[in-house]
Design a protein around this ligand. Sequence first.
Ligand SMILES: Nc1nc2c(ncn2[C@@H]2O[C@H](COP(=O)(O)OP(=O)(O)O)[C@@H](O)[C@H]2O)c(=O)[nH]1
Ligand SMILES: [Mg+2]
Length: 376
Amino acid sequence: MSFMKIKIIIIGGFLGSGKTTSILNVGKHLSETGQKVAIIVNEIGEIGIDEDTISSLGIEAKELTSGCICCTLKIDMQFTLANLAKEVKPDIILIEPTGIAFPKQIKDDLAQMNIADTSDIPYMTFAPIVNLVDGDRFNTEIKQIPRFIVTQLKDAEIVGINKIDIADKDRIKDVRATVKNINPKTQILEFSARNNDEQFQTFLSLLSGDSSENDGTKGEISKKINSVEMSEVSTYSAEFDILSQDLNQNIATTISKNILEEVKNRVLNLNLNSDLDLNSNPDFIGHIKISMDYPNEMLKASLTSSKGSPQIDIFEKNKNTQCKLKIMSAVAKVPKDELIEFVENSIHESFTKESIDIKKVESQCNTQQLIDISNL
Ligand SMILES: Nc1nc2c(ncn2[C@@H]2O[C@H](COP(=O)(O)OP(=O)(O)O)[C@@H](O)[C@H]2O)c(=O)[nH]1
Ligand SMILES: [Mg+2]
C-alpha cells in the first residue's frame, strides 16, 4: 500500500499562453493556505530558464529540460515526481507541460504509476485538466495549427482564456464560442493570470476539485499522438557568456528587446516571402524567451506573437553569477534551420551594436543526440 498521497495539478496550454505565470500564482496561493507545494516545469530544449524565478518564491521547483538524451522521456518525469515526493513530501505538485504537449497524455502516464502501489511511489489524485488559451492570439493559432490546438482543447476539463487584460471583449467572446464548439463539456473561464484578477481567483477554487476521471488507470488511455510533430513548432535554445564587466539593466533591456524584435522581423519576412500555406497569414506564434544575468539582477524577456511587443521583467538576485544570456525559441511554421540562423544572427548583431563580446557555451548535448520528446 502507498502511504503518501499527493494531489497533482497539470496546467497545459500552447507556448506562451501563460502557464508559468499561472503556476506561480497558484503555487503562491496554495502555499499561503498552508499547503506544501512543489512545481515541475517542463522546458523544450536543453536550456532551462524558469526554475530560478520559481525557486525565488521559496517553492521547491524542478525544471526538466528535454533536449538531450540524458534528460528525456516520461521516465524522467516519473522519476522526478517520485523523488520530489520522497524528499520534499509536498501535499500538491503543480506540473507545467511544455507548450507542445497534450496534458491528458501526461496525466495518463502519471496515473499509470498508481498501479505500482509501492511505498516509494505516492498515490496520486488529479485536479481537473487545465488548458490555457491566449485570448489575444487564439485566432492566429487556430488558423496556423488547427489540429494541434483542437487536440489540446478536446481533453481539457477547464479552459482558461487568459490575457483578457490585453484582448478586446468581442475577441474574447469569439474565442469562448470557438472553444465551446470544440469542447462543449469543458468549463470555460476568462481571466488575466498576470493581474491575478477576480476570475483568476475562481479558477483557483476550481483547482481544489477533482478530475472527472480521477483514477486514470480506469480511464481510457488516449491514443499516443506525437504532439511535437503535430504542433509544427521548431525549437532552438542556446547559452552565451557575456564578456563584459559593466552590463546593467539598461543595456540588458536594450539588447534583449533588440534580439526579440530582430527574430520577429526575420520570421515575418520569411513568412511573407515563402510559399508556406499560412492562409496568407504572416504572423508568428510561439514563445521566444531570454534570460540575462548581470550584477545584482536577472532580466527576463519574452515574446509570444508578432503582434505583441517584448515583455520585460526584472528580478533581484542575491548571489552574483557570471554575466550570461540564455535563449529558448519555439515558433510554429518556421523550418528549424532558419530559426537557428535567425536567433544566432539576431544575438550576434544585437551585442555587436553595443560593442560587447559574447562566447557561446557549447551544450553537452549536440543536435545529433536530439531524440523524440513527444511525450513530455
Ligand atoms: N498581458 C498579459 N500577459 C500575460 C498574462 N499572463 C502571462 N502573460 C505574459 O505572457 C508571456 C508568456 O507567459 P508565460 O507564463 O511565460 O507562458 P508559458 O510559456 O505558457 O509558461 C509572458 O511575457 C507573460 O508575462 C496575462 O494575463 N496578461
Ligand atoms: Mg512556461
